[in-house]
Design a protein around this ligand. Structure first.
Ligand SMILES: [Zn+2]
Length: 386
């Protein structure tokens, strides 16, 4: 695989919420991984196939969408949309985490069918890389009748996600709790719907319900789209250490409350971002960038910490080897800048003033996948490739 250097980086945003900016200005990627980070001196140790001079633009980790209801392939029947995965890459997203394949036409709800769907979606997305994007698919939906041996079978076949609890027939905390324990015992990560009813067939879930089940992630803490009450949000912030997901399609006021309260507790590592597409507000190729812009512009939180909520935080919670610009990590990188015409002078300032950064280049596993976003405004500066 090619060895590529990114040079002349104006701001290197690491994805690490505790240490969100690096003083380095050069990155070398090799064999799909980040090989070296430093200054121009590091180039001497490599035979480069390509050098990308990013002209002072910002480089961030590839963004992670923690909440997508994938089906199979780069198609979603709910909104009858093709190539939405490719569209997301043009918005800087390089990883999707399935929250359950609930929109599969004729979705089976018996234990055997539920299990089969999770295994199929998991294995199918392992073989499908639309524009390079890594889909972690096959999040089992909890249905009544699943037994502990089913979790053994799914884990053996690679399934490691439990889709949003509340999508299936298992809704009551007392029904969900044993299944969540079986799943966690096998290293699975568990999402749980909270707040009002999202679409016909899902249910209303309170803070007490969530605390009784103890999922890995509280899905759409700001509602999908109807949020739980502010007091309920504060209960989850103060009485648990759970990861709280803010979604694009949710309630912006509650999203803002969540980050303000967590910032007061120095606990911004607990926030991750998702789209919850294609439910509700539909397919938003720039949904993660929009959520970043919303949170950065409405709060006092620096843009680089907001980037971490859409990258390193999510990778840590789900145990992924991406989301951080760190030597040895998967080389998933986004070159971004203030969009043409913004009053911000770089990508992070653009977020603070409420604009969406322009995406100039997206690299996935060390390969250049997007050379000019079809979805964002153009970047103010332009890179050159030698
Ligand atoms: Zn939900």
């Amino acid at each position: 695989m090619a060895t590529i250097a990114l040079t002349n980086i104006g701001k290197l945003v690491t994805g690490d919420i505790k240490n969100p900016v690096s003083s380095a200005n050069t990155i070398v990627v090799q064999d799909g991984k980040i090989a070296k980070i430093g200054n121009a001196e590091i180039l001497k140790g490599f035979t480069l196939d390509k050098t990308v001079d990013v002209a002072g633009m910002t480089v961030t980790p590839g963004l992670i969408d923690s909440h997508v209801h994938t089906v199979l392939g780069d198609y979603t029947p709910r909104q009858k949309t093709q190539d939405y995965i490719e569209g997301a890459v043009h918005g800087g997203v390089t990883t999707f985490i399935s929250a359950g394949e609930c929109h599969t036409p004729g979705r089976p709800k018996d234990p055997a069918g539920t299990k089969a769907l999770a295994i199929l979606a998991h294995k199918s997305f392992n073989n499908l890389r639309s524009t390079g994007l890594k889909v972690h698919g096959g999040a089992v939906i909890l249905e009544k009748g699943l037994v502990e041996a089913d979790f053994d079978e799914m884990a053996k076949e690679g399934v490691w996600l439990v889709g949003e609890i509340g999508l299936g027939s298992v809704k009551k905390p007392e029904d969900a709790k044993p299944m969540v324990e079986w799943a966690k015992k096998r290293g699975m990560k568990v999402a749980m719907h909270c707040g009002g009813t999202s679409i016909p067939g899902s249910s209303t879930v309170t803070a007490d319900d969530v605390m009784a089940v103890e999922p890995t992630v509280v899905s759409h803490i700001n509602g999908g789209p109807t949020a739980i009450a502010p007091a309920e949000v504060e209960k989850l912030i103060n009485n648990t250490e759970l990861t709280l997901e803010i979604v694009q399609c949710g309630n912006p006021k509650i999203g803002d409350l969540v980050v303000r309260k967590l910032a007061e507790k120095d606990a911004l590592h607990r926030v991750i971002f998702g789209n919850d597409s294609p439910s509700g507000t539909g397919i938003i190729p720039l949904g993660i960038l929009r959520t970043m812009s919303l949170i950065a512009s409405m709060s006092d939180i620096p843009g680089e910490k907001v980037v971490a909520m859409a990258s390193g935080n999510t990778a840590r919670v789900f145990g992924l080897d991406t989301g951080l610009i760190e030597e040895g990590k998967e080389a998933d990188l986004v070159v971004m800048d203030a969009p043409m015409g913004s009053i911000g002078s770089d990508a992070m300032e653009a977020l603070k003033v409420g604009d969406l950064p322009g995406v100039g280049m997206v690299i996935v596993d060390g390969a250049i996948k997007v050379t000019k976003s079809r979805n964002t405004p153009p970047t103010t500066r332009n890179y050159t490739i030698k």
